[in-house]
Design a protein around this ligand. Structure first.
Ligand code: B12
Ligand code: SF4
Length: 516
């Protein structure tokens, strides 16, 4: 009997962002978590007796040669799309169509949940969580049936019109969803927080979908049907037992808000502790859930690191983001987590419309006053699906088809231009880590909690800083060389003069360079 093979592909993401390496593979840098979405779908397809292969081009370098090799014998190809890999997804579809013109392609992913539409080159586009959709869809494609009865999808009919399937109802009981098939990714060992060679076997886990809060900059609600769904403790623990059996040593719990329900979180943590499995975990939490007992259970269960979205050291900014938190809560949560022996991460955002340099400085000073082990400063983005983005559309600062717009004076959303905000974030980032006090505190913490994981993360952070600083330095030198001939432009955009580095300005006629 012929067993159909479905090949699921996660395109590379050329924009180097947190957690991906511009599609260059794990050997140069690090990709920190596997794409769970396609692994969830793989579980459904396998249980319907199909063969599945899954590849993550964020973790291994993309090439057409590999694509050809991976797609041999495939009956259907599936592409996962985030807004950030949209361009790469389109070119991947084009490559598949060139190499395998008759292979049906389907697409889905967060970008399509946020912006439902048909993707050119596909036989069907899924605009929802697809666990209940994927099997009937693939079967219908293989049997050449009409796709019109499959909910949550769109496709092009014989007349070239886009047709939508019936309305989709999301799965409310997440315990019914099969566990993701992590073993399918060939690059399993490549996912790491500290680089490939020294890496432990790492994976991610999602115990709930959505978040009960509604911070104004956050798009999580929009990808999760604006509802908060939690898996039962037993169901989560069963998956963790499976993860342990598969030999994983590190789990990143990637829930939008793992600490939303403290009691449930504590039950899961107690269950992990009881497994005695020598796991290291990383979680994200909200400061309003801070509680010595919760943090102690985390530590006992093997949680090494907790990251908080602190956003700001200014109350007016926190209120603007509708965080429902205070600066004092931020400070208390970090101190508490640190005391519990957890490795602490804090994320700050710069760029609320009224934020001045005084605000930024206050946030930076606040950050340096906290026992934070990892701190990042990001520029505020107006992300599609967030309420800030919606308000921006209404106010005319951006259009509906713009999905991720950094704050900036250019758009009237900030007092300073985007580039200046980016520079401020970068400057504060380096200042933060170049303080002797920071390194002294890290050494003291290492002595206190005596955890080699901490040492590895610190070394990785140090390596990142050095590499980043060297890259910036090289860029600076390169732009300095270019700057030896500095072009001045007239208001109308024509080149008016060019000045050499010795300061002598050679005038130009008619906008052309006459002599240099
Ligand atoms: C874990 C996580 C990460 C991890 C791992 C990413 C990865 N490789 O998957 C890390 C930390 C690396 C990460 C990084 C980033 N992430 Co992230 N991440 C998440 C998070 C919290 C969970 C993802 C997850 O596992 N979801 C659970 C699975 C089941 O859902 P899913 O992936 O959407 O898959 C379902 C459907 O989309 C669909 N589907 C998916 N693929 C396919 C394919 C086919 C063929 C079909 C039919 C259907 C289908 O079916 C799946 C099952 O239901 C989500 C938020 C969320 N709640 O989903 C954000 C999210 C995916 N990330 C997001 C962002 C913005 C980023 C970053 C750009 C952040 C940054 N600025 O650095 C980077 C980009 C990384 C990259 N490589 O492109 C956004 C994407 C928004 C968008 N417009 O696309 C999300 C939605 C959060 C948000 N709302 O802002 N992220
Ligand atoms: S920022 Fe965090 S707490 Fe706020 S809505 Fe998003 S996921 Fe929830």
């Amino acid at each position: 009997m012929h067993v159909p093979k479905v090949v699921l592909l996660f395109p590379s993401c050329a924009t180097k962002t947190f957690g991906n390496n511009g599609g260059e593979g794990t050997s140069n840098e690090k990709t920190i978590a596997p794409p769970l979405g396609i692994l969830y779908l793989a579980a459904e397809l396998i249980s319907a007796d199909m063969e599945v292969e899954a590849f993550d081009f964020n973790a291994e370098q993309y090439s057409k040669h590999k694509l050809r090799e991976y797609l041999v014998g495939a009956s259907v190809a599936g592409i996962s799309i985030m807004s950030f890999n949209l361009e790469e997804a389109h070119s991947l579809i084009e490559d598949i169509r060139n190499e395998f013109p008759h292979l049906p392609i389907i697409a889905g992913g967060p970008d399509l949940i946020l912006r439902p539409r048909r993707i050119e080159g596909t036989v069907a586009t899924v605009c929802h969580e697809a666990e209940t959709i994927i099997v009937p869809l693939v079967q219908a494609i293989l049997q050449k049936q009409n796709l019109g009865s499959i909910p949550g999808i769109c496709f092009r009919d014989a007349d070239g019109e886009t047709v939508w399937g019936p309305e989709f109802t999301p799965q409310m009981n997440l315990d019914k969803v099969k566990f993701p098939r992590r073993e399918l990714l060939r690059v399993n060992k490549g996912y790491s927080v500290v680089g490939k060679k020294r890496s432990a076997k790492i994976t991610s886990l999602i115990t709930s979908r959505g978040c009960p809060k509604q911070c104004s900059f956050c798009a999580h609600g929009a990808v999760s049907y604006r509802c908060f769904r939690q898996r039962s403790t037993e169901n989560v623990l069963e998956e963790i037992r499976q993860i342990v059996t598969e030999g994983y040593e590190v789990i990143g719990i990637v829930d939008d808000n793992f600490t939303a329900d403290k009691k449930r979180a504590m039950k899961i943590l107690a269950g992990i502790k009881a497994m005695n499995a020598k796991l290291s975990l990383a979680v994200q939490g909200r400061v309003d859930a801070a509680d010595p007992e919760l943090f102690r259970s985390m530590r006992e269960a093997g949680v090494k690191m907790i990251t908080f979205g602190l956003e700001s050291g200014n109350q007016d900014v926190l209120d603007f983001y509708r965080k429902d938190t205070t600066v004092a809560m931020n400070a208390a949560a970090i101190a508490m987590a640190d005391r519990a022996g957890l490795y602490t991460g804090g994320i700050f955002i710069f760029g609320a419309p009224f934020e001045t340099k005084e605000h930024f400085k206050k946030t930076y000073t606040f950050a340096t006053s906290l026992p934070l082990d990892i701190t990042t400063f990001w520029i505020l983005d107006y992300a599609y699906g967030s309420s800030l983005w919606e308000e921006g559309v209404k106010n005319g600062t951006h259009k509906r088809d713009e999905f991720l717009i950094p704050a900036g004076k250019e758009r009237g959303t900030q007092l300073y231009p985007t580039e200046e905000l980016t520079d401020i974030c970068e400057r504060y980032f380096f200042h933060y880590y170049l303080r002797p006090h920071y390194w002294f505190r890290q050494a003291m913490k290492f002595v206190r909690i005596h955890d080699f994981y901490l040492l590895l993360v610190i070394l990785a952070g140090l390596r990142f800083l050095i590499v980043r600083k060297c890259t910036l330095l090289m860029e600076h030198i390169a732009s300095g060389l270019k700057g030896m001939f500095h072009f001045k432009r007239r208001m109308d955009g024509q080149i008016q003069s060019v000045s050499s580095s010795d300061g002598a300005t050679k005038l130009l006629t008619d906008g052309r360079i006459t002599s240099v």
